[in-house]
Design a protein around this ligand. Structure first.
Ligand code: ARG
Length: 457
């Protein structure tokens, strides 16, 4: 088959080279973006009098017909034409004849491929923002139902202080809120148009870059043609944001796995989101959160891959950059899958409030509150801390919890204790008391959920 660039060559390309250098197996995902970019380009060539209007119509019609066929999956792409850009150009020439060869006037595959990826990532980022919001909605829904459900809060994975389960879930809401903001902010940089930078230096044709930028819905053309074709920061940024987001997903998944274990029994994932074992009939495994946690590795990998690819790459385009795509596609698809599963899995999760409450009753996580009790009565907090440490040690030795001690036992450690101590040590009192801004006190959690809803609407 003759190459679109065959003029300078005397020999056909080695078959292995053709296969090795071709990107069509993966960049065909950019077919629709490529056609969209071409239509904007050819219309601009017409309005700038670089092509005749009848030529523009023919090319545009040809492109629209190819677009139809792509949507119906009626086209076959070939490795001989290397990538999506040349495959579509070849199809165009087959469709409308030699005039199709005029499409590539005043542009290069270098600005073309960059434009395609900007368009692709913009569309995908918009979709991901919606998927993040669906996860946030599930979190808010569960948090609202479990504002007053109490479970142990942990530090060092040791029981620390009781908290509202709603409060715990809302912590993830804010992580996803920041992820969403980062995605939204990245749009500013995704929305620059490389089109018209041509191969690297611009073009002698009197093109109108603002026209193509506007037609494609970008905010502005890149001000520098070398930067326009060399820049992959917008993909790096997407992979960075994705790495942070999958970290959040992984931490949440880890908690769901722990909470679902026999040892915790705080939540139970719906049957529809679990799988069984081929040998152990009793098993109900949290495969989904495990896989979500496991997916983290590949997204970090794609970020490292692209950072390494770009490091030390001279300006402007280098073929190395063809390697920028698969990691980006895979990250998009991995996140779409993860977020789509996470939202309904969280919404359908059964929360075992009684188990959580029992756990709180069987620990010493109200110890800080006794220290605070003495401190309020005038004892310096450091001294109170020491006294309560002794009370905890005494209770452990007596195999009792803090609510099981009698007033007389308390008074052996300090005469400041009065009978109201028992009220103060009740788990819901302990949680409600933490009413400082952003704390786990029920009022605070309610305010927080209100604020979250404002962010969602
Ligand atoms: N398939 C190429 C890529 O993805 C398109 C740009 C090719 N440009 C070139 N001068 N070889 O990077």
């Amino acid at each position: 088959m003759t190459k679109l660039w065959g003029g300078r060559f005397t020999k056909p390309t080695n078959k292995l080279v053709e296969e090795y250098t071709s990107s069509i197996s993966f960049d065909q995902k950019l077919a629709l973006q490529d056609i969209k970019g071409s239509i904007a380009h050819v219309e601009m060539l017409g309005s700038c009098n670089i092509l005749e209007m009848d030529e523009v119509w023919k090319i545009k019609e040809g492109l629209l017909s190819i677009e139809e066929k792509v949507k119906k999956e009626e086209v076959t792409f070939s490795v001989e034409h290397e990538d999506i850009h040349m495959n579509i150009e070849k199809l165009l020439i087959e469709e409308i004849g030699p005039v199709g060869g005029k499409l590539h006037t005043g542009r290069s595959r270098n600005d073309q491929v960059a434009t395609d990826m900007h368009l692709y990532l913009r569309e995908k980022t918009e979709g991901l923002i919606e998927l993040v919001e669906a996860v946030q909605s599930s979190l808010v829904e569960q948090a609202e139902q479990h504002m007053e459900t109490i479970l142990p809060g942990y530090t060092h994975l040791q029981r620390a202080q009781p908290v509202s389960f709603g409060h715990h879930l809302m912590a993830y809401f804010w992580m996803f809120e920041r992820d969403k903001e980062r995605l939204q902010d990245s749009m500013k940089r995704i929305n620059w148009s490389p089109l018209g930078a041509a191969a690297l230096a611009g073009t002698p044709y009197p093109i109108d870059r603002k026209a193509t930028s506007d037609a494609l819905g970008f905010d502005q053309p890149y001000p520098n043609s070398l930067d326009a074709v060399s820049d992959r920061d917008f993909i790096l940024e997407f992979l960075s944001i994705s790495s942070i987001m999958i970290t959040h997903i992984s931490r949440l998944s880890e908690e769901l796995i722990l909470w679902g274990s026999q040892e915790f029994q705080f939540v139970e994932l719906d049957d529809a989101f679990c799988t069984g074992s081929s040998i152990m009939p009793q098993k109900k495994n949290p495969d989904v959160p495990e896989l979500l946690r496991g997916k983290t590795g590949r997204i970090y990998g794609h970020l490292m891959g692209l950072l390494t690819l770009l490091k030390g790459l001279p300006l402007a385009y280098n073929k190395d950059m063809q390697e920028d795509k698969e990691g980006m596609f895979d990250t998009v698809e991995t996140l779409e899958g993860a977020l789509s599963l996470l939202a309904p899995m969280l919404a359908s999760m059964q929360v075992k409030g009684d188990q959580m409450k029992n756990a709180v009753k069987e620990d010493y996580s109200n110890a800080t509150d006794i220290a605070d009790y003495l401190a309020v009565k005038g004892m310096p907090f450091r001294e109170a801390h020491e006294v309560i440490g002794k009370i905890v040690l005494y209770s452990i030795q007596q195999e009792k919890y803090l609510l099981d001690l009698s007033l007389e036992e308390y008074q052996q450690f300090s005469t400041l204790f009065e009978s109201d101590i028992f009220e103060k040590l009740q788990p819901d009192q302990v949680v409600a008391a933490r009413n400082s801004e952003g704390g786990t006190g029920f009022k605070q959690v309610e305010n927080q959920i209100q604020l979250a809803k404002e962010h969602l609407s």
